[in-house]
Design a protein around this ligand. Structure first.
Ligand SMILES: Nc1nc2c(ncn2[C@@H]2O[C@H](COP(=O)(O)OP(=O)(O)OP(=O)(O)O)[C@@H](O)[C@H]2O)c(=O)[nH]1
Ligand SMILES: [Mg+2]
Length: 388
C-alpha cells in the first residue's frame, strides 16, 4: 500500500525531513500533505508564498496561513505551522492527484524524503505489517473488510508472524505459513474487489440476473438477443465481501460490428475474472456452454436461469431473475466460492501483495528445509515500520 518514494535531485537532509500524504488516494475536496523534521519550515517556505508576504519561519507555531504554491499553477493553499518541539507543517491543497503530486514533488526537490503516511495511532516500534494494515484500512471497501483489516491493524498478523518465527526457529512452521498464505487473496480483496463476470449466450437473462443480484435496475433488459453491447460493471457487497459484478454481451458469432465489439469486450472481461458465472437458459437444457474455450480456468459457477419456465437440472444452481427465486442462494454460492473459509474474528491474514510474496518465499525456503532463510523472510515482515 505504500507510496513509491520520489527520488530527489538534492541530497536528503542529514536529519531526515519527511513528506507524506495524509489523506486517502482518489478524489477529495482537500488533500493534506505533512512535512515533519528539522527542515520542514524552510522546505515549505521555499515553495509557499503567504498572502501576507511573511515567511512561515516568522510565524508562530499554530499559525494558519493562506497563500499560493510557487509553481506554474500558483495553486491556492492553506499552510498550518505546527509543532514544538518537533517542527511540522501541513499543506492543505486541492484533493486532485495532480495537485498532490506537484506539492510532494516540490518538497522532495527541497530535500524532503517521501514516506508513506504514518497513522497517528501507529504504536512506536509496530511491525511494518501492522502499519501496512493501518494504511489498508483507509481503502477498505465494506464494513466487513474494515473489521478484518482492523484486526490486523491491531496486531493479529504481527502476532501470528511472531508465532511462526518461533516455530521456524524450532524447525516447524510450514503448516502455519501455508494457512496464512491461503488467506492472502482475501487480504488483498478487502481493498480491491473480486471481479465476478456474468457471461453466456444471448438472451439467457444475464442483465436481468445482474439487476436481481444488485437489487436495483442497472442494466437494460430486452426480449431480443444482442441487447447488451458494452460491459457494465457495478460495485456490490456479497455477504459483506467487496465484489465488482460485470454484465457482458451475449457470446455468439455476431455479424453486427457493434455487437461483435461487445462480444470481444466480453471475452476480455473473462480473462480478468476471479469468478465466471456461466449463465444458461433452463428452457434450453441441451444448449452447450457459450463460454469460449480460451477463458481462464478460474472459479466457475453454472447458473440455470429462467427456472420459472422449465425445471433446472437436478442439484444445479438455478434462478429466476423474473421471480427472484434462487437469487439469495446464488449470492451465497458466490460468497462460498470466493471465500470458502471465512476468517473467524481476530484471525490473522496478510493484507498486501508484498506480504504474500514474502510469505511464499518463506514457505518455499521452509519446505526445502532452509529454516534460516524462511526465518529471515518472516523477520523482514516483522521489522519495525520505516526501518528499511
Ligand atoms: N421468464 C423469465 N424470463 C426471463 C428471466 N430472465 C430474463 N428473462 C427475460 O429474457 C429476456 C432477455 O433478458 P436479458 O436479461 O436482456 O438477457 P441477456 O442475457 O442480458 O441478453 P443479451 O444482453 O441480449 O445477451 C427478457 O425478455 C427478460 O425479461 C427469467 O428468469 N424468467
Ligand atoms: Mg444483456
Amino acid at each position: 500500500m505504500s507510496e513509491k518514494p520520489v527520488v530527489s535531485g538534492k541530497p536528503a537532509m542529514s536529519a531526515q525531513t519527511a513528506v507524506s500524504v495524509q489523506t486517502a488516494e482518489g478524489r477529495g475536496a482537500v488533500a493534506v500533505v505533512q512535512v515533519t523534521g528539522p527542515g520542514a519550515v524552510d522546505a515549505v517556505d521555499a515553495c509557499f508564498l503567504a498572502a501576507s508576504g511573511r515567511p512561515l519561519a516568522q510565524q508562530p507555531p499554530g499559525a494558519i496561513r493562506f497563500g499560493r504554491w510557487r509553481d506554474a499553477s500558483g495553486e491556492e493553499v492553506v499552510v498550518v505551522r505546527r509543532g514544538s518541539p518537533d517542527p511540522a507543517v501541513e499543506v492543505h491543497c486541492h484533493g486532485g492527484a495532480a495537485a498532490v503530486r506537484a506539492v510532494v514533488r516540490d518538497l522532495v526537490a527541497q530535500g524532503c524524503v517521501q514516506q508513506p503516511a504514518r497513522p497517528e495511532h501507529a504504536p512506536p516500534g509496530a511491525a511494518a505489517v501492522t502499519l501496512d494494515a493501518q494504511l489498508a484500512l483507509r481503502h477498505a471497501l465494506t464494513e466487513r473488510a474494515v473489521g478484518v483489516l482492523l484486526d490486523q491493524a491491531e496486531g493479529a498478523l504481527e502476532r501470528a508472524l511472531r508465532e511462526i518465527a518461533d516455530s521456524l526457529s524450532a524447525g516447524g512452521g510450514v503448516d502455519q505459513l501455508r494457512q496464512l498464505l491461503d488467506r492472502a487473496e482475501l487480504g488483498q480483496r478487502l481493498t480491491s474487489p473480486w471481479r465476478v463476470v456474468l457471461a453466456g449466450a444471448p438472451n439467457v437473462g444475464k442483465s436481468s440476473l445482474i439487476n436481481a443480484l444488485l437489487g436495483y435496475s442497472r442494466a437494460i433488459v430486452f426480449d431480443q438477443p444482442g441487447t447488451t453491447r458494452d460491459v457494465l460493471t457495478a460495485a456490490a457487497a456479497i455477504e459483506g465481501w467487496p465484489v465488482s459484478l460485470s454484465d457482458t454481451a451475449g457470446l455468439r458469432a455476431a455479424d453486427d460490428p457493434t455487437e461483435a465489439a461487445g462480444v470481444e469486450l466480453a471475452r476480455q472481461m473473462l480473462q480478468q475474472a476471479d469468478l465466471i458465472l456461466d449463465i444458461r437458459d433452463a428452457a434450453q437444457p441441451d444448449a452447450p456452454s457459450a463460454i469460449p474455450a480460451d477463458a481462464p480456468a478460474t472459479r466457475r459457477l453454472v447458473v440455470w436461469n429462467k427456472q420459472d419456465l422449465a425445471p433446472a437440472p437436478a442439484g444445479s444452481l438455478s434462478t429466476s431473475a423474473a421471480t427472484g427465486q434462487g437469487v439469495d442462494d446464488l449470492l451465497a454460492a458466490i460468497a462460498r466460492s470466493l471465500v470458502p473459509h471465512p476468517p473467524e474474528p481476530g484471525a490473522a491474514l496478510p493484507v498486501t501483495a508484498a506480504h504474500a510474496e514474502q510469505l511464499a518465499r518463506a514457505l518455499a525456503a521452509a519446505q526445502r528445509g532452509d529454516y534460516a532463510a524462511a526465518l529471515q523472510a518472516v523477520q523482514a515482515l516483522l521489522a519495525p515500520a520505516g526501518s528499511d
